[in-house]
Design a protein around this ligand. Structure first.
Ligand SMILES: [Zn+2]
Length: 173
């Protein structure tokens, strides 16, 4: 709790910066869940799904080739449901079929850089599930804090060479 209290100025500063971007004095709860507004004209660049996958695969490959191969496996086996549909809600999540340990990623991919990062995040969860597929099922449960630790660091992805080549990404991270 002490660490949380000591970190309050950081989160308040982040909220104030976000409010400034939204051109408001105070954030509403729904603002906190809203996508970041574009910071530059270039940030409106869109990335077709195949290009987003290529960016993610390159970034994953800079961590480990097995992760890049995993992205291919997910695409080739149609384990990513990313196409927006009229009755499909926004958002993204990863799940798995318990019996086969097959990971599945669902999202409504719109082609923004935020969508690319979200897809990378969910594929990170999927990879986490995938590497545990041969473990006893009871040993594969973990707390949300562990699940999100490695995957929520957008900064980590943004520091990678393939991300740095893209100014639109580095300005948003
Ligand atoms: Zn997550």
């Amino acid at each position: 709790m002490q660490t949380a209290r000591e970190s309050q100025p950081i989160s308040r500063g982040a909220a104030q910066s976000m409010a400034k971007l939204f051109k408001t004095d105070a954030l509403t709860p729904w603002d906190e869940l809203a996508a970041m507004p574009p910071l530059t004209d270039a940030s409106s660049e869109t990335f077709p799904f195949e290009e987003g996958i290529a960016i993610i695969k390159q970034a994953f490959g800079e961590v480990d080739q097995e992760m890049a191969d995993f992205v291919d496996m997910m695409v080739e086996n149609h384990l990513i449901d990313a196409a927006p549909q009229p009755n499909k809600v926004m958002g993204a999540y990863c799940t798995k079929i318990p019996k086969t340990r097959t990971p599945l990623v669902f999202m409504s991919y719109g082609g923004s850089m935020s969508d690319v990062l979200t897809l990378a995040h969910e594929l990170g969860h999927a990879f986490h599930n995938w590497v545990m597929r041969d473990m006893p099922y009871v040993e594969t449960t973990y707390p949300m804090t562990l699940a999100e630790t490695a995957l929520s660091s957008r900064r980590m992805w943004c520091e990678m060479p393939c991300w740095r080549e893209r100014k639109t990404i580095t300005t948003k991270c």
